[in-house]
Design a protein around this ligand. Structure first.
Ligand SMILES: [Zn+2]
Length: 176
């Protein structure tokens, strides 16, 4: 696990850190924040996916545009436009702005027999946080690491005590 983390390039670690903080960050935003081109970020993500570092894909909904729902009901749903199908069930096609919105619709009209949501975009999701290693004590960091940026390097600490010790250590090195 440790070797695995160390084998990642600086750019890969930076991209992963951002995805770890928020897996829904769009490529364009990642590129801007990291000072990289979009094609570089895409290439890095593709490579991480190929190597299994990012292993799970999840369907993300484009919330700004909402999404289309196809739902089949046993009884004609009030408040929704519906079509009676040959088997006597009813099909409604409508838009929902979010999954919460969809939940509210089903709460008011009743649960459908089945439903399908048409989504618009795929985004990678980080399956599990890469095992960060505390730069002070060398322990594997299981929770969100404390991140400390110094010059071009990024340091990780497991706790605030290690973080402070790390800062002091680096100050000493620089002779401050
Ligand atoms: Zn530590």
């Amino acid at each position: 696990m440790i070797d695995f983390a160390r084998n990642l390039s600086d750019i890969e670690v930076r991209v992963l850190n951002r995805l770890y903080e928020d897996s829904r960050t769009p490529v364009a935003k990642l590129a801007e924040e990291l000072g990289l081109s979009r094609s570089t970020v895409s290439r890095v993500i593709d490579s991480l996916v190929r190597r299994g570092v990012i292993s799970r894909f999840t369907v993300e909904v484009n919330y700004t545009g909402g999404f289309r729902v196809f739902a089949r009901f046993q009884n004609r749903p009030e408040m929704l436009e519906s079509y009676e199908l040959l088997d006597g069930t009813y099909l409604s096609v409508f838009r929902a702005s979010s999954l919460m919105d969809l939940k509210r619709v089903f709460e008011s009209v009743g649960r459908p027999i089945e439903y399908m949501v048409a989504v618009q975009a795929y985004r990678p999701k980080v399956a599990s946080p890469i095992p960060f290693i505390c730069d002070k004590c060398g322990k594997q960091i299981l929770e969100q690491p404390y991140i400390y940026k110094r010059g071009r390097r990024t340091y990780y600490a497991c706790c605030t005590t290690c973080l402070e010790a790390l800062k002091q250590m680096l100050d000493k090195k620089r002779g401050v």
